[in-house]
Design a protein around this ligand. Structure first.
Ligand SMILES: [Zn+2]
Length: 439
């Protein structure tokens, strides 16, 4: 194994339907994938007694009635997997709902209006840390999470917001210092209670000079919001790199592994997210299913479906072989999914289908490649012709792949997608010809 720390980043707050048994399966899959580390992002996902407004939006989540996250941690430990609890200071799930319930504490735009963003699940508002009550809330909420609810967790993952923060005049100047005050306080409390607990933070506090490096913290880098810089990469503390992976081409796993290895990082972690919740979107109620693989007979826990399996395989392969080239990867993929390392053309078909599906399913958003009934909602009238042309190219190739792999799961999925279009949008140009061809 090339990396000491190998694992997945998951947001259980946004998986309302998975109970303890599903999470046990998830952890078993992690073991199969060579993982030993889980970022378990639970802001807004546990039934806080002190701040019930943080989960009022998430009452459909089964952890609210069953409170089983502690048992997930216990199960992970039994399998040798370390678990850190994730959340974002002053933003994101749970915090956004608290801000919504206390608009006098809400983060603002520079002109003083409350900042609202549209997004998945619970990312609507920020909290402004210039208010004493906001700072107190943030500490007390995380204290409750780690000390009262899930003290068996191995530590905390403090995800600095990647979609900005309050932009009031005070935060414009001092936001990062405020966030660091929070991090410093909660870290000291955690280490007092549990010496050696893992505190994973973003490098911005050091990079912006608001804090002196403390080597007890683990550092976390991402391609879009936490860059690797010489001043911090040379620090003698655990460091890890993250990539989105889910929602990206499987090749993203290769790039992330190479960056982590090139920089001598100890850890490589990828998002392995399975969103499952209902949300109001464009005036409709939309339900997201885990990994959005509606062809799967096990839709509730489809982590062993072909598409998630290829993503998992890609992570594991590149984690073990960060400097493998494309040919080695294709051969390994062919061996794993077609039983023969020389079947690299079949591996290319598989990669094509996975990449196309990933591209259109970012955040499990029910893209219209797989859900053609969403087409009008997803594309404004002036963009429909171009979108249809793009889908047509993909569907045409899916159709060929469906025929070529008739007895393989790959062919079954490719045909499923084409059949949905024939069923829902048979009037689509070119595709309409396939209907008359009886296919
Ligand atoms: Zn502010």
């Amino acid at each position: 194994m090339a990396f000491e720390i190998r694992g997945y980043y998951a947001i259980p707050s946004r998986i309302q339907t998975w109970g303890l048994e599903d999470w046990k399966q998830y952890i078993d899959c992690m073991l199969d994938d060579g993982c030993n580390f889980l970022i378990y992002w639970i802001g807004g996902g546990f039934p806080s007694k002190r701040f019930p407004e943080t989960w009022r939006y998430n009452t459909a989540h089964c952890n609210m009635t069953e409170n089983f996250f502690g048992a997930v941690v216990e199960y992970a430990h039994a399998k040798g997997i370390e678990v850190v609890l994730g959340f974002t200071p002053y933003a994101y799930d749970g915090v956004a709902s608290y801000a919504d319930a206390h608009p006098e504490l809400a983060g603002t735009n520079p002109d003083g209006t409350i900042h609202r963003t549209r997004g998945i699940h619970d990312v609507g508002m920020w909290l402004c840390p210039r208010h004493e009550q906001s700072r107190q809330f943030m500490l007390d909420y995380v204290r409750e999470m780690i000390f009262d609810f899930y003290p068996n967790a191995d530590g905390l993952f403090v995800e600095s917001s990647d979609y900005g923060h309050c932009r009031c005049p005070e935060c414009a100047e001092h936001y990062v210092e405020r966030e660091w005050e929070f991090v410093r306080t909660i870290a000291d409390e955690l280490w007092a209670a549990k010496p050696g607990a893992r505190m994973v933070i973003y490098p911005l506090y050091y990079q912006q000079g608001v804090a002196q490096p403390d080597l007890r913290f683990s550092l976390f880098f991402t391609p879009h919001s936490a860059h690797i810089t010489p001043d911090v990469v040379s620090l003698d503390c655990p460091k890890m790199y993250w990539v989105m992976l889910f929602g990206l081409d499987p090749h993203a796993a290769a790039e992330g592994a190479r960056i982590a290895a090139d920089n001598g990082l100890q850890g490589y972690v990828v998002a392995m997210e399975a969103f499952s919740y209902t949300q109001e979107l464009n005036g409709r109620t939309v339900t997201y299913r885990p990994f959005d693989v509606p062809w799967s007979p096990s839709e509730v826990f489809p982590m062993k479906d072909l598409i998630p399996s290829v993503m998992r395989f890609s992570y594991k392969f590149h984690c073990e072989n960060p400097y493998a080239d494309e040919d080695e990867y294709r051969a390994a993929l062919a061996g794993a999914f077609f039983g023969d390392r020389s079947r690299t053309q079949d591996a290319d078909d598989l990669l094509y289908v996975v990449s196309a599906l990933q591209k259109f399913q970012h955040f499990g958003r029910r893209g219209s490649l797989v859900h053609p009934e969403e087409f009008e909602f997803e594309h404004s009238p002036e963009k429909r012709v171009a979108a249809e042309a793009e889908y047509r190219v993909i569907l045409s190739r899916f159709r060929d792949i469906g025929a070529r792999h008739a007895s393989h799961e790959l062919g079954r999925i490719a045909r499923w997608v084409v059949d949905r279009w024939l069923e829902v949008r048979p009037e689509t140009p070119r595709i309409s010809e396939w209907v008359s061809e009886g296919n």
